[in-house]
Design a protein around this ligand. Structure first.
Ligand code: COA
Length: 246
């Protein structure tokens, strides 16, 4: 089952001002936040943490009945940039002990994060997963020729002109989500992922499936499926196992 969440900076008044809401970040995350160089990076990082922490909090309640404070759910990044979750758990101590003991535990689940403008989109599941959010906008044909496979370029040519920009955005977003799922990001040729979409434009807010093929093939343990949705001028894509909760 895939748990997912979309949030905007409108979710909390201080997020709109680029500040961390009280109780959101741990001490080391606050330090990291203040060390980020640009306002845009701080904005994106913070919105991603806000969304990811609320999602992981719900995931823990629903899968383990454990409710954790947001600042005890740390979202870190591997060297390759992929995110993971570390839980800081407080343990009751003997009444004579001076301090409560705490341990850090890495959550055995895969978290994936994407941000675009005022929105962040995250998903978490026990299997391999990647997500992406992109605003629908026109892209030059040169973009399609450079980053898409021949079969993807033919899909864009065959689509009705009114939704060509949406389909181009969806294919691009799907590639980013797929390359996040396999932890490579845009370090490899985007034509190693090929997506096959329906040529009908989906209704707003409805999740539709699409096919995704990796070259070379994804590991057998990572048979992946694609899902996409159109919301308020943005495309959301998920690459993961084939069940999705709405
Ligand atoms: C990963 C990448 C596809 C993200 O795409 P994007 O359009 O720039 O940004 P998005 O908002 O959709 O996604 C960003 C999130 O992707 C995640 N991410 C980054 N690298 C990732 C990877 N290799 N695998 C999976 N997820 C990754 C992070 O959680 C990041 O958010 P955060 O830094 O706030 O935690 C792209 O940045 C990339 O591949 N860059 C080249 C490799 C690189 O610079 N890696 C970072 C090393 S520190």
């Amino acid at each position: 089952m895939i748990y997912w969440l979309v949030q905007s900076t409108g979710a909390h008044p201080v997020l709109e001002r680029g500040q961390p809401p009280p109780g959101l970040l741990s001490a080391s995350e606050l330090e990291h936040f203040h060390a980020l160089r640009t306002p845009k990076r701080r904005h994106d990082w913070l919105l991603g943490r806000w969304t990811a922490k609320h999602l992981v909090q719900r995931f823990l309640v629903e899968t383990t009945s454990q409710r954790m404070a947001l600042d005890s759910i740390e979202i870190k990044n591997e060297e390759d940039g992929s995110p993971f979750v570390e839980l800081h758990e407080q343990h009751p101590t003997h009444h004579l002990a001076r301090h409560a003991t705490s341990t850090r535990r890495r959550l055995a689940a895969c978290l994936t994060i994407s941000h675009c403008e005022e929105w962040a989109f995250c998903a978490v599941t026990t299997q391999v997963i990647g997500v992406d959010i992109e605003r629908v906008r026109p892209r030059a044909w040169n973009f399609v020729e450079t980053f898409f496979t021949d079969a993807e370029a033919r899909q864009v040519q065959a689509a009705a002109p009114v939704w060509g920009d949406t389909l181009t955005t969806a294919i691009w977003s799907a590639k980013e989500a797929a390359l996040k799922a396999v932890k490579l990001g845009l370090t490899v040729d985007t034509r190693r992922v090929e997506c096959q979409f329906d040529l009908d434009q989906p209704a707003e807010g409805v999740w539709k499936s699409f096919q995704v093929t990796f070259t070379p093939a994804a590991p057998a343990s990572a048979v992946m499926h694609g899902w996409w949705s159109l919301r308020g001028g943005f495309v959301l894509t998920i690459i993961g196992p084939d069940e999705i909760t709405m």
